[in-house]
Design a protein around this ligand. Sequence first.
Ligand code: ZN
Ligand code: ZN
Length: 490
Amino acid sequence: MQAALAVLILLQKLGSLLGRFLHLLPILASLEGKKKPLLLGKKKTMDIPRWVFLVFLLDLSCTTCLSSDSSLSSNGSPASPQKLLDFAKSRDFSEWMIGIRRKIHENPELGYEEFETSKLIRSELDKMGIRYKHPLAITGVVGFIGTGKPPFVALRADMDALLLQEMVEWEHKSKVPGKMHACGHDAHVAMLLGAAKILREHQEEIRGTVVLVFQPAEEGGGGAKKMIAAGALENVDAIFGLHVAPHLPASVVTSRPGPLLAGSGFFEAVISGKGGHAAIPHHSIDPILAASNVVVSLQHLISREADPLDSQVVTVAKFQGGGAYNVIPDSVTIGGTFRAFSKESFMHLKQRIEEVVTGQAAVQRCHATVHFFSEEKPFFPPTINDESLHDHFKKVASELLGLPKVNDMQPLMGSEDFSFYQEVIPGYFFFLGVGDDRGDRNGSVHSPYFKINEDGLPYGSALHASLAIRYLLDQQQKFLSVKGERRDEL
Ligand SMILES: [Zn+2]
Ligand SMILES: [Zn+2]
């Protein structure tokens, strides 16, 4: 029985070889026709190169056959995003990723102080055998995975926590009083490490290089700007980033092409008058009245000067002055934030804030100075998503999650320092649901009650990995088709 089976396999293989040989006969015939005039009178020796060529063609034919049997699917694409998601959802994998998130959550570190977080990232990359650069921008880490050659695509996670006392009572509550991961950056790090692990497992499918960007100080410190200055985007063609969204169920994503988040800046103004007795106002110059008029006039900038179709915000969120019921103070300090979706509107707003504060204070005989913190808290540009990366995101995310879970959203007046990357290269930013399916209200980002549904983490890591793998494959195919066109023209 076994002998019969062996003979059958042998015959099958011979048949396959014969098939390939017959397939090549017309090519050989045409070669012979072309070569004949050159080989006249050398009939015996001319057979050798022809047979060498035949062996070469057979070998090429077999190699092509073998490559179609590799890890790539029959249409030449890498493993589907769905397969990567299944991998990320496996018990060991998700427990490992959740463990990392909880460890970082227990030890939150503020911007440019993420030393332990950075150490943990490097130790995980070491375990995976992934090369990295460190330090960039004090605590930043940039990992590399793939061929080490172009094209390059980057995935970004921010690492910093907030000055906030956690009010959620749970086993892995922040162990540092007054500091908390209330914006989910602990989850961002865990998901990017998760993506690194998926990419490592599927390394043979990476048609270029994936750059893993772990950046410090997103919360107002402009860590992205410093990472760029340190060379994090060297050779990189495009960048993807995500943010957790506790108001969306786990596994739902949302974003939009074009403007997504506003550009943002902060201001503080000191309005100085002359203090005195509250019962004798004509002997004083009252900065409280001047500051009050400044606040009202600032609100007119949006309602009377800005185009209603060009969304902008000016909010005075700080007003400090005086301490007694019967004393007019010497000065008042006010401060706040301003937002816009274009650089022009943003810079115009900045100029008008300064003019209104100083001008309105002068009406009340006060003097004012305005400070914009451009060094300590650099202005964030608007987050503008690249249109073609949006198409890429939609395609990959729908394949991974199903189209109903990939939503479009309205722009938000919030801001993100991911926008610094988008000023340099095309970038795409999206939100990933980490809310509760039961409809429980998790605290919003920057709330002391903020919490996330950790079931969302595998989706984030699979999305990161799929977006990168597919992007590189598309880039490679574009490059090959351009090369092919050029060859035709030549
Ligand atoms: Zn935040
Ligand atoms: Zn954040």
